[in-house]
Ligand binder design. Sequence first.
Ligand code: ADP
Ligand code: MG
Length: 252
Amino acid sequence: MTALPEKSQPNIAIRTEILCHHYRMGETVIRAVDGISLEVRSGEFVALLGSSGSGKSSMLNLIAGLDRPTSGAVIVQEQNLARLSREELAKYRRHVVGMVFQSFNLISSMTVTENVELPLRFAEVDRQQRNARVQEAIARVGLGARAHHRPAELSGGEQQRVALARALINRPRLLLADEPTGNLDSHTGTEIMDLIREFNQGLGMTVVMVTHERDLAERYAERMIFLADGKLVDERYNTGVGAATTKAGGAS
Ligand code: ADP
Ligand code: MG
């Protein structure tokens, strides 16, 4: 009697149904993602944990629309990604998803401003609007003074800030972060995590973060999902973490 209607659950940002992604290597099949069903609420901050090779990145790439499932479904904002055409999927990646990686993935020949602006060019936003939005995003991550530097002239933490500004620029609903602090010292890592939390709480972005740093996950994520051998093996809520319950109110 209390069952929710299956179709319209607008508060669910991501739903996967028996999701599989298998790699075939000659005779062997590697089950990188092996039947994962989960739901992420809109505005939730989730950490994906697990040892190396457990399928965390593969899972994130499926949600990002970078890979297609071998079987099963990934439904994001009520769109089944498996059913989207190449063009629709490209549009989805451009407008719905922001992504950051352990290795920052900035273009070394471009300045901070040019790196951050790039997704707006792909989205064909006109020049006038681009400038204002780029400046705003760069200021938001605290890099106003570095706008004309190139990645090689920045520290790791600053480079990750650029990557975050770039991920933010198309105002995506979803931030997917693959080991975003993996190349940073713990102090800088905490600064990056604080920024991600600000995006989550201040802008209402849903965050899925891959990490193997359990302590960071416990401090920042509302929920931890544990993977092993491509399977969801455990799930835990962190009490006291989350938009409604954190002590830190807003701007810091
Ligand atoms: P994690 O991010 O948790 O370290 P991955 O998702 O990168 O794990 O990898 C999961 C499994 O899939 C591993 O066994 C890995 O070797 C394998 N794998 C990942 N990418 C590929 C690929 N492109 N081709 C073949 N096997 C892959
Ligand atoms: Mg990985």
